[in-house]
Design a protein around this ligand. Sequence first.
Ligand SMILES: CC(C)(COP(=O)(O)OP(=O)(O)OC[C@H]1O[C@@H](n2cnc3c(N)ncnc32)[C@H](O)[C@@H]1OP(=O)(O)O)[C@@H](O)C(=O)NCCC(=O)NCCS
Length: 183
Amino acid sequence: MDLVDPPVLPYVLHHTQQITGPLVDRIGFSIRKATESDAPGILGCLRAAFEEYRSSYTPAAFLDTVRTPETIGQRLKDMYVFVATDESGQIIGTIACNVVDQDEGHIRGMAVLPAWHGAGVAKRLLRCAESQLRELSCKRVSLDTTEPLKRTIRFHEKNGFRPSDRIKDFFGMPLFEYVKSLA
Ligand SMILES: CC(C)(COP(=O)(O)OP(=O)(O)OC[C@H]1O[C@@H](n2cnc3c(N)ncnc32)[C@H](O)[C@@H]1OP(=O)(O)O)[C@@H](O)C(=O)NCCC(=O)NCCS
């Protein structure tokens, strides 16, 4: 006879997920400002997170999104970049933000390693970026997203972002702006 009766497995998996979610959120990772030496980890994270969307992006839009060793340095200079790290120090998530107008902040470069999806990493990164922008006196924040990122759009809406109906061209793809008040 098997040690684990098969009908028990779905129950165990379901409840393990409920237990590990909040625990991972509290003790499994931490967030800090990025330094120049984090560039390779940030690049790895962006590439891994966006890989499944590569075929839905134009090549130029994909490269601008995931950055390259040549362009990541400028991102680190121009924007406030945060990283989430696991207990071994590996970068598992990242986000970047800056002030674009007198009282408007902008967020881009948000990515979490697929193995960490659903653990609350992006929610915590977003909170850090929003606090940073509040400290810089921003009253609202914007971000842009593309049509293939359907799950991401649900994430933004759950976190208070709404479409502004402004659509730009992003290397041959429509780019949809989402906004949120920081008041
Ligand atoms: C969008 C993205 C950053 C979200 O990261 P994340 O760390 O998984 O998100 P969180 O865990 O903080 O929260 C996501 C929500 O979706 C749910 N969720 C996320 N991933 C999930 C998964 N794999 N399975 C089930 N639910 C999941 C979570 O339960 C959470 O819902 P809740 O707030 O009700 O608890 C991540 O999916 C990603 O890197 N996507 C590709 C790159 C991208 O789209 N970047 C943003 C560009 S604008």
